[in-house]
Design a protein around this ligand. Structure first.
Ligand code: SAM
Length: 280
């Protein structure tokens, strides 16, 4: 497959999903408008590990419709959001405007982020929950993260655990169907619908997407090779979406874990890393 084909297909898919996500009760967009204290469940989950972000120059990579970006701005960070989906950014800008929040949203492909935003411009890079899967090369992603951070700056990522990417639900139950480690060729999906509740009336035309799993060690090695020092690695038994329908239950925070024996599955992980030096 020509490497840029995946960008066009995936972007069209995210462009179609953006208005569906704004209308979904799961993203709670109206709640952000009615309650100036409201924070996304994702950011609330992260807060004990994230710590204070007040005054930090922060970039949210693959920011989608901006609910987590806005939440970080509400915690006092000076936010930039980057995404390649114009329709997602249109919604993100509208939400920032409706809530009177100053956020700089930029449209760009992830691998162009340093060119677009400037090298060593940020104290914090925040990303995750369905970000890495859309990128073919996690080592190259790590170099982008390091390139954006000033020396001493920090990466915070909570991401779906790659073990989750290997699993699927079939008639016989949950099974191991897909690669754990990064593969040169992507997985191709052709599916209508999305990962949150919708009104069911939306018709999707851009149903084809391409994705790549990345083993945890590949992500960590990519960061170390890019001049970052690992400061935290935590695995969680939950993820903020219903990843294995029929087999998961949600708690009050909107975190989904296995209904039975949740201790058997790491559903997401948090990695923090600090930039120690620049790598040529
Ligand atoms: C699941 S969202 C992640 C954001 C956040 N967790 C959320 O749910 O709001 C994935 C985002 O990645 C963006 N994306 C996918 N591939 C990208 C790429 N190559 N460059 C920039 N953005 C990309 C999509 O447009 C989408 O907005």
């Amino acid at each position: 497959m020509i490497v840029n084909d995946y960008v066009a297909a995936n972007r069209a898919n995210w462009d179609e999903r953006a208005p569906m996500h704004v209308a979904s009760p799961d993203y709670q967009v109206e709640r952000f408008v009615s309650d100036p204290e409201h924070l996304s469940g994702v950011v609330r989950f992260d807060m004990p590990r994230l710590g204070p972000v007040d005054g930090l120059r922060a970039v949210h990579l693959q920011c989608h419709i901006g609910t987590d970006t806005l939440s970080l701005a509400r915690l006092g960070a000076r936010m930039t959001g980057l995404d390649f989906s114009a329709a997602s950014l249109e919604q993100a800008r509208r939400l920032a405007e409706r809530t009177g929040t100053d956020i700089d949203f930029r449209e760009a492909e992830l691998y162009d982020a340093v060119d677009v935003l400037g090298a060593e411009s940020f104290d914090l890079v925040y990303t995750g929950i369905g970000a890495l899967y859309w990128l073919p090369d996690v080592a190259r992603w790590a170099r982008v993260v390091a390139g954006l951070l000033r020396p001493g700056g920090r990466l915070f990522i909570r991401e779906n655990h790659p073990i989750l990417e290997t699993l699927d639900v079939h008639e016989s139950g949950i099974g191991l169907y897909y690669p754990y480690f990064e593969q040169p060729e992507p997985l191709r999906w052709d599916e209508p619908g999305t990962y949150v509740q919708t009104d069911g009336r939306s018709v999707q035309k851009a149903t084809v997407t391409y994705g790549w799993s990345h083993g945890v060690s590949e992500t960590i090695t990519g960061l170390l090779d890019a001049g970052m020092r690992l400061t935290q690695f935590v695995e969680h038994d939950s993820a903020p979406w219903n990843a294995l329908p029929g087999h998961m239950v949600a708690d009050d925070m909107g975190e989904w874990r296995l209904r039975e024996k949740p201790e058997r599955l790491a559903a997401s992980f948090t990695i923090q890393a600090v930039k120690t030096h620049s790598v040529e």
